[in-house]
Ligand binder design. Structure first.
Ligand SMILES: [Cu+2]
Length: 79
């Protein structure tokens, strides 16, 4: 694989404060507006935020920081 190829990574985060469709729209707009993010899918039932992104252009830490800024901090699942 060439290093110049676009990379793609998918992560699923849990943001317990997602409680309605408004939250879903806010999350999707905020994360989807980040450079390097290819798609965002938030789910009000599972509280999951699935993000596909290019790790060369945006980091998971940056995505989590944006979620926190918007009022939807990511739950840490493991210790
Ligand atoms: Cu809401």
């Amino acid at each position: 694989m060439e290093a110049t190829m676009e990379q793609e990574q998918e992560i699923t985060l849990t943001a317990p404060d997602i409680s309605c469709g408004h939250c879903v729209a806010t999350v999707q707009n905020a994360v989807g507006g980040l450079e390097g993010v290819q798609s965002v899918q938030a789910d009000v039932d599972t509280k999951h935020v699935t993000v596909r992104f290019d790790p060369e252009r945006v980091s998971q830490a940056r995505i989590e920081a944006v979620l926190e800024d918007e009022g939807y901090p990511v739950a840490k699942i493991d210790g």
